[in-house]
Design a protein around this ligand. Structure first.
Ligand SMILES: *Cc1c(COP(=O)(O)O)cnc(C)c1O
Length: 436
């Protein structure tokens, strides 16, 4: 004859006073641990957990960190995957973020004790990487850079109809520009625009001529666009700034992506300002980079909206380390040799086969992603598994995101650092039992 089981349910304060749970509360916060305690108390009441096992059950139910974002293995073959947080930071950038996370000298000159220019080191790293720029500022993202330009330069923005781009998830550049109150003066047709179209539209009310790189689509056939160099030459002396949104964040021309515009060349071709994202091909933190003529950059920096769009100390730290430190993961992935990827796929397939899994190394095609180089597949290699693995791997720990092609799950290795191969193999072996 047992006593009322409710009597045996350990009390909340008794459990929270247990050293292991008190330590967890220090690390994760008391509320989170208390919620886990209450959950386990329910299970004890229901007879699913023995009272003596309550502490262990609470510990097992606690998340590893108070944040809920989890590290994910990106085996999609999409190097810059917006849903997976775009560019993974380099270890050097992570270290810089950690160092800057506390109290830091982001706006203090330690030698004089006076206020210093915010983010000066990140700006000088940008200028060193893009010598054609006289000055630079960093804002929240490329969309913020566009909003700042449209607001601060004011007046009418002249841009080609074929460059009224939607980037993704309903983000339409013309709608963003219009939301700032700027007037859009569209020139040309969907497929063709000429220099005369631009020049006929430029007048006293023009705030800027804007070129937007159509990052995620191509128009083929009877098409015509006006290159930056030609437009810049024709606008020279008219006092109308030419602003080019290149999106991808490539600093210099890249041999793997010859079609992709870069900041240095676009400025050297005569653009007055260039805009780009920090977390696409540059491989850094989310940021909007604005580089170009000092007077224009100064105008943007002085505009009240800049204060609402500026980035925090950790972004500045990550950006500087990305620019000055070792090659960030995205750029390593871009440069990866297909034969090396193939050898990784074969080694992984052999390990998984030895574990009783139906695995095979196959050739695949990776993509830049993040709205970049849509027509440029990158030769890659993948581990092919039965289709059922995709879902089980996504629900695993760590989650692995691959893709299904036909009746197979493919795990592409170009989007995954080689250092993660062991974790990938372990994740596949861990779910093998669940996939019939
Ligand atoms: C990606 C992209 C943007 C948006 O950049 P965010 O940094 O995501 O705001 C703007 N313009 C172009 C051309 C792009 O490719």
């Amino acid at each position: 004859m047992s006593a009322d089981p409710r009597r045996q349910v350990p009390r909340t304060d008794t459990l929270l006073a247990e050293p292991a749970l008190a330590a967890a509360a220090e690390r994760l916060g008391r509320e989170l641990v208390k919620a886990a305690v209450q959950e386990v108390q329910q299970q004890v009441r229901a007879g699913a957990v023995a009272p003596g096992a309550a502490v262990a059950a609470v510990l097992a139910g606690l998340p590893p960190t108070p944040g809920s974002l989890r590290p994910v293995l990106n085996a999609t073959g999409v190097l810059v995957h917006t849903n997976l947080g775009r560019a993974p930071l380099s270890p050097a950038a992570v270290e810089a973020v950690t160092a800057a996370s506390g109290t830091t000298d982001v706006e203090l000159d330690l030698s004089t004790g006076r206020r210093g220019p915010r983010g000066e080191a990140a700006i000088s790293a940008l200028l060193a990487a893009v010598p054609a720029a006289e000055a630079a500022i960093v804002v929240n993202n490329c969309a913020a850079a566009l909003a700042l330009v449209a607001t601060a330069l004011g007046g009418e923005l002249v841009l080609a109809r074929g460059e009224l781009v939607e980037i993704g998830d309903g983000f339409r550049i013309p709608e963003l520009l219009a939301a700032t109150g700027a007037r859009l003066r569209e020139v040309g047709t969907t497929n063709r625009v000429t220099l005369d179209d631009y020049l006929a539209a430029v007048g006293d009310s023009t705030g800027a001529v804007l070129k937007v790189h159509p990052s995620n689509f191509v128009v083929r056939g009877f098409t015509r666009a006006v290159p930056v160099a030609e437009l810049a030459g024709a606008l020279a002396g008219r006092g109308v700034p030419l602003v080019a949104d290149v999106g991808s964040g490539l600093l210099r021309p890249h041999p793997v992506l010859p079609e992709e515009p870069d900041l240095q060349t676009t400025l050297a071709d005569g653009a007055d300002l260039v805009l780009a994202s920090g977390d696409k091909l540059l491989g850094g933190p989310q940021a909007g980079l604005v580089l170009g003529r000092a007077a224009l950059v100064q105008r943007l920096r002085r505009h009240p909206l800049y204060r609402a769009l500026r980035v925090d100390k950790t972004t500045l730290a990550a950006l500087e380390a990305t620019l000055r430190g070792p090659l960030p993961p995205v750029q390593q992935m871009l440069a990866a040799d297909a034969a090396v990827l193939r050898r990784r796929a074969e080694a992984l397939a052999a390990r998984l086969t030895a574990g009783g899994i139906d695995a095979e190394a196959v050739d695949s095609e990776a993509r830049v992603g993040g709205g970049g180089a849509p027509e440029h597949p990158l030769p890659s290699a993948a581990v092919a598994l039965p289709a059922g693995y995709a879902e089980a791997l996504r629900a695993g720990s760590p989650p692995v995101v691959g893709y299904v092609a036909g009746d197979r799950t493919l795990l592409d290795l170009r989007s995954l650092p080689a250092a993660a191969d062991d974790a990938l193999a372990a994740a596949v072996l861990a779910v093998a039992g669940e996939v019939a």
